[in-house]
Every structure is written in C-alpha cells, then in structure tokens.
Design a protein around this ligand. Structure first.
Ligand SMILES: [Zn+2]
Length: 154
C-alpha cells in the first residue's frame, strides 16, 4: 500500500492498546508492542517517522509525540483524530490485531476460513497479509461504523 507524507503513522505506548486497534481499523499504520520500552519506542518513532502516542509525560517530550490525556477510547480516538486530521478510509483498513495490510480475498477462497453464516451473508472478504486473520463487514461492523459516525470520523 502507498504511504504518503499526508498519511501519518503512529506508535502507541503500552497503555494504549485499544486506541492502536481503532487507529488500524480506520486506516492508520500503528505499531503497538508491549515488549518495547520507552527508549525503544522513541527510537522506532524516529527511524520510521512515526508519531508517538503516549500517556507517559516523559515520553510525551519526544519530538512530535502526542500526550493522550483521556481514559476512555472514544475521547482518545477523537483527540488523536482531531490533532492529526484523521478520517476513516475504507481503502486503508489494516489488521486490528497485528497492523498488517489487508488484501481482498475472492469469495470462493474465503469459504474454508470463515464461519458458515458469515460466508452466506457477505460477498466481500479480506485477509491479513501478516497474520492471516479474516475480515468481513458483518453485524459487528455496523456498530463500528456507528461509533465512527458519532465521533465524526467518517
Ligand atoms: Zn494481522
């Protein structure tokens, strides 16, 4: 997938796992790795041009870092989206589990790896390049979209 300077990339600290998953879902490359300490997060941010998202006041001193003040996911997501001008982008959805790219999977190839009901009810499927997780826009997707609309991210 093409990354431009207009599309910010992030690295979230160990406190921000939910936020990282949501940023991936709306289309932003976000590293979240609990094994990284503050120094490693800062290094990776610099070498890969990522913005640090953190609840740690020290780490927030990094150039380009954003201090996430809110506790709840709605407010966190809204704050980051406002700060960096983020919008949900259907073409850029990433794997919420591992941050991998998703690719379209022809319906017939999805049959063996998704539940029967999901297969019957959907025509479009995606698979993560990295971890193999399957995605489809099932009923849970309506809830996701409602949340994004409520936060003015669509
Ligand atoms: Zn994945």
């Amino acid at each position: 997938m093409i990354t431009t300077f207009a599309t910010p990339k992030f690295i979230a600290d160990h406190m921000l796992g939910s936020l990282a998953r949501w940023l991936r879902m709306i289309g932003y490359d976000t590293v979240y790795d609990k094994t990284l300490d503050d120094g490693a997060i800062a290094n990776l941010a610099r070498s890969e041009g990522r913005f640090v998202l953190t609840r740690d006041k020290e780490l927030a001193k990094e150039p380009g870092a954003f201090f996430v003040e809110a506790d709840d996911i709605d407010s966190q997501l809204k704050a980051v989206a406002t700060k960096f001008g983020l919008k949900y982008n259907d073409e850029r959805i990433r794997c919420s589990t591992c941050n991998g790219d998703l690719h379209d999977l022809p319906k017939e190839q999805a049959q063996s790896s998704v539940p029967e009901g999901a297969f019957a009810a959907n025509d479009k499927f995606w698979k993560c390049d990295k971890c193999g997780k399957m995605y489809w826009k099932g009923t849970h997707w309506l809830g996701i979209m409602e949340r994004l609309k409520r936060l003015s991210l669509t």
